[in-house]
Design a protein around this ligand. Structure first.
Ligand code: IPE
Ligand code: IPE
Ligand code: MG
Length: 237
């Protein structure tokens, strides 16, 4: 890994938690007369490069949106491809991620719709990397923010606990996950698409025109530089 964090980035003000909507794979493929699934395949390198950039920057949490609760609406063939693709990606990449000190985690509903083979790879990858602490790579899979909030409220109810912000935060899928500092979406869409609503209450949003397969270290550095130009006030002055 090269050490090429641009000097405009202040190492003391790097976001702790970066969240990424990896969008535009299908359009990237369409533009090249390829089938949509080849766009997903091309997105793998962008993910690896983003992880490397996060490591170089010293970001502690990177959450990437890989499959939403709404993505089940896609044709069965694409859904099947994505399930298999993510399983294979874990097999291909978990050892090198482990060597880089990355802790792999999954956030989302682990329900019956996720193939058992993929669930198994998820659990193995989490176990393999559980003690790493350089960067947590959180893969949002079968994730929907509204479902997460509803699930948290159900837990609160079952426990008979008075709802407070802290109580609800502690019952999100990953209670350890810090609030999002920098929230990025590729592909020129200006939508949240049900990604980390609760955790992004005070996130800085950066929208990038590039499709996800064209995202990489440079674009990640540019997004962090943009983040550092913002003035976060959290309601104060
Ligand atoms: C993002 O790319 C990946 C997933 C949602 C799994 P898309 O598949 O949404 O690509 P576009 O937005 O149709 O171009
Ligand atoms: C959001 O992208 C989900 C992921 C990137 C996994 P979508 O492509 O599904 O979102 P919409 O449909 O454009 O809102
Ligand atoms: Mg999309």
């Amino acid at each position: 890994m090269e050490d090429t964090v641009p000097p405009v980035i202040d190492p003391r003000r790097v976001p702790i938690h970066v969240a990424c909507v990896m969008d535009g794979n299908g359009r990237w493929a369409n533009e090249r007369n390829l089938v949509r699934t080849e766009g997903h395949a091309a997105g793998e390198q962008a993910l690896v490069d983003s992880v490397d950039a996060a490591l170089e920057l010293g970001v502690k949490w990177l959450t990437v949106y890989a499959f939403s609760t709404e993505n089940w609406r896609r044709p069965v063939s694409e859904v099947r491809y994505l399930m298999n693709f993510n399983e294979q990606l874990l097999l291909r990449r978990r050892d090198e991620l482990n060597d880089k000190g990355v802790r792999i985690k999954f956030v989302g509903r682990r329900d019956w719709r996720i193939p058992r083979r993929l669930l198994k790879r998820i659990e193995e990858s989490e176990e393999l990397t559980a003690t790493n602490d350089t960067l947590t790579l959180n893969i949002a899979f079968n994730y929907g923010s509204r479902a997460e909030i509803v699930d948290a409220v159900k837990v609160l109810n079952a426990e008979g606990i008075e709802p407070t912000e802290a109580a609800l935060s502690a019952r999100m899928y990953d209670p350890e996950m810090p609030d999002v500092d920098l929230w990025i979406r590729t592909s020129g869409e200006y939508r949240i698409s049900n990604f980390l609503l609760w955790q992004s209450a005070y996130a800085e949003f950066v929208f990038v025109d590039a499709f996800w397969p064209d995202f990489g270290r440079e674009q990640m550095f540019a997004a962090v530089a943009e983040f550092q130009r913002r003035n976060r006030r959290f309601g104060g002055l």
